[in-house]
Design a protein around this ligand. Structure first.
Ligand SMILES: [Zn+2]
Length: 387
């Protein structure tokens, strides 16, 4: 183990270099493959995104928009990056290597962000988040992708106020009926997801929300129906509940994950997906809100459940892809892990999960509800109910 050194972070100011540089330290096949996946796949994909974006009246790609106006963009590996030190300076943060040329810690009064060179894993205020693109190192300077600043960092650190308050939350107990879900565990996944939803629903109702469910009994629902039900119920938020099962990792894998929609053009966290699948989808209209909601729920689950934090991740699950409102999908533990399966089957642990999810939703709502017209303080849902 290396001890932390105090090498101050020095940026080599070659930000006007427009040539495609060599990645320092990214020489292995897997690292090269990782970079390759982050590139736009083809001109045809870009054109499809343009057309879809025009039809949907939304930005053609979240990559193309401007995250931090004024930041110098540096093209690396087919995408735009921003210098970590420049970004840190703009946000009154300091940079310090915790492992020389490997791990860089950005610290301000508001946040601690740990970036690892050539990795998509980052830690933001103690919570694991998965970047869309690996952190780059070029000529001794560290870079973070513009896409990650725009669709992950900024939405979490500087959440945007919504147009209207969150009133209705739609809970989606995963699977049901003929679809039993993950096969491992003491009981079937579909049973656990419904049981969790039935604890979470009254918890949210006591906080003043109207709560709708995509299913409240053991019935089969196709994935597309779930998004449509949520839309018909007038949902302001959509929370899909699932439990995990490990394939390759086997029974040793455990912990909690929260997913939000993958930004257009990017790869999902869990790897392989068809380039044709990367087009702009309805769920991408809400990239920033999705990330903020997902982060706060993951943080609350990681802090309160006592289980491993496997991070805020990206996926193009059908319920996220077709979503009309800020949406997340929670994997509340691994049924393939005997210890977690036992916990998940217990009412007391499900209550702990439900309380954490409710707390995370409340954190998101507090930061994103509109400012009360009468005062300068942001209005909570409870305050709005009374007024
Ligand atoms: Zn599931």
């Amino acid at each position: 183990m290396r001890t932390a050194d105090s090498l101050s972070f020095r940026l080599n100011w070659t930000l006007f270099d427009r040539t495609v540089p060599r990645v320092v330290g990214a020489s292995s096949r897997s690292q090269k493959d990782e970079w390759k996946r982050c590139r736009p796949d083809s001109l045809s994909t870009a054109l499809i995104m343009l057309v879809l974006g025009a039809i949907l009246g939304q930005p053609t790609s979240s990559i193309a928009a401007t995250p931090g106006k004024g930041f110098e963009r540096t093209p690396l590996f087919g995408r735009n990056y921003v210098g970590a030190e420049e970004w840190a300076n703009a946000n009154a943060a300091t940079c310090k290597w915790t492992r020389s040329s490997e791990a860089l810690l950005l610290t301000s009064e508001k946040f601690k962000l740990l970036l690892t060179v050539n990795s998509q894993k980052a830690m933001l205020n103690g919570v694991q988040i998965w970047l869309s693109a690996p952190i780059a190192m070029h000529q001794s300077a560290v870079y973070i992708s513009e896409c990650d600043l725009q669709t992950l960092m900024h939405p979490i650190l500087f959440p945007q106020r919504r147009d209207h308050r969150v009133k209705t939350i739609v809970l989606d107990p995963g699977h049901g009926g003929k679809d039993r879900g993950k096969p491992a565990g003491i009981q079937e996944e579909k049973t656990h997801t419904l049981a969790l939803a039935k604890i979470l629903k009254p918890l949210l109702e006591t906080k003043g929300y109207t709560v709708a469910m995509t299913r409240s009994e053991d019935i089969t629902l196709v994935l597309e129906d779930r998004s449509e039900i949520a839309r018909q119920k007038g949902g302001d938020l959509f929370v899909s509940l699932h439990f995990n099962s490990a394939g390759e990792g086997g029974p040793g894998v455990h912990g909690i994950e929260v997913y939000c929609m993958t930004p257009a053009g990017e790869s999902s966290t869990n790897g392989t997906n068809d380039p044709a699948e990367r087009n702009f989808a309805p769920g991408n209209k809400l990239d920033t809100q999705n990330a903020a909601l997902g982060y706060h729920v993951q943080r609350a689950l990681a802090n309160r459940s006592g289980q491993e934090d496997r991070g805020l991740r990206r996926a193009r699950f059908a319920v996220l892809k077709m979503a009309h409102m800020p949406s997340i999908l929670i994997e509340g533990g691994f049924l393939s892990n005997p210890r977690e399966a036992k916990l998940i089957a217990s009412t007391s642990y499900r209550r702990k999960l439900a309380e954490a999810i409710a707390a995370g939703i409340e954190d998101y709502v507090r930061l994103t509800n509109p400012i009360d017209r009468k005062g300068s303080k942001p209005s909570t849902h409870k305050a709005s109910k009374g007024g």
